[in-house]
Design a protein around this ligand. Sequence first.
Ligand SMILES: Nc1ncnc2c1ncn2[C@@H]1O[C@H](COP(=O)(O)OP(=O)(O)OP(=O)(O)O)[C@@H](O)[C@H]1O
Ligand SMILES: [Mg+2]
Length: 373
Amino acid sequence: MSATDPLVIVCAGGGGVGKTTTSAALALALARAGRSTLIVTIDPARRLAGAMGVSITDEVTPVALADTGDRLSALMPDPRRSLHTFAEQLFEHEPVAKARLLANKLYIGLADAAAGIHELVAMNLVARAAERGSFDVVVIDTAPSRQAVDFVTLPGRLAALLGGRTVSWLGGLAERANGGASGGGGLVGWGAGHVESLLAKVTGPVLVRDTGDLFRDLAVVRERFVALTQHAAKLLLGPRAAYVLVTAPTAAGRDDVQFLHKRLEKLGPGARAVVMNRADTVAAPYARALRGQRAVTPALAAAMAVLDDERAVRAAAADGLSAELRARLPGVPLVRLPFIESTAPERVVASLSVELEPHLHTLLPAVASAKRP
Ligand SMILES: Nc1ncnc2c1ncn2[C@@H]1O[C@H](COP(=O)(O)OP(=O)(O)OP(=O)(O)O)[C@@H](O)[C@H]1O
Ligand SMILES: [Mg+2]
């Protein structure tokens, strides 16, 4: 990690609460405030990407929006290409090894089964972008899940695995399966032989060879890969990272926040702030206009009274849940965002970005607020 590493804000929360929208709005507000910002969505929102003119690729794409200068960029990697991208990250300059990996049945099986491969790929792309050094802040939108925050430990765990002895030990299998080496003596040789024959019984010789090939290839690139994943781990768990929990004004939302906060405290960083999205309903412009009219029919007046009641009930619920969250997460600031009366996702993002402007210092990692209030 270096002083030029970007600040990182990770937005997490339950399904449909507005994580993607809030992340995009936050990135937009930061770019408008003069910070060069990268928005990363782990879970690409195609409609929003389309509305922002961003394509779903592994490349950092500039976002052309008014008032941001050229300070806003997006990275929205396609989860369906993760296997390929991962191979590319491992073997950037070795096309033969890359092709071998992509044809390796074990790799395909492992990567498909391994939850988090897409997150890891995305974080390595972030680490690469950070190494190029042009971003002040990276805002990361996560997938909807209570486990969403666990991905932050993934790069570190993988770096430990690849940096440890497992890879070279398993790499020895390749030599043996391919008939290359006669097999070492001692415990390692004994272990490898047993694992090999066990694997061969269960899966057949092709998979044994694939296993060996995979780990032998990993052993070749592991230093480079360990460096990359370690950088990703530091970006995610270092003092320049902050976790913003996005929620809705519902009991389920409150419980999700509490769960994620506890999980984050266990993992280290804790939550920097909670954003309660759709917490406040502002009367729509047409309702305000109608209220000023004298010639409102009784039916219309009754309908407006129902809407007012509904708004009051919602506001009371949001107030109650805000108070509960403040009590359950003492010291964690709560930012409330309004419901925006629009079905166009980019309009919602634009409106929320204005609402977020006064709260930027609350949402940025503490290290930034300490320097620049
Ligand atoms: N404050 C708001 N006012 C009005 N509409 C909103 C607001 N926040 C989000 N929306 C809309 O709600 C929908 C869902 O939002 P979004 O995709 O951001 O949620 P999400 O938490 O990322 O969902 P998922 O869990 O599926 O990833 C979108 O159509 C978005 O435009
Ligand atoms: Mg989303």
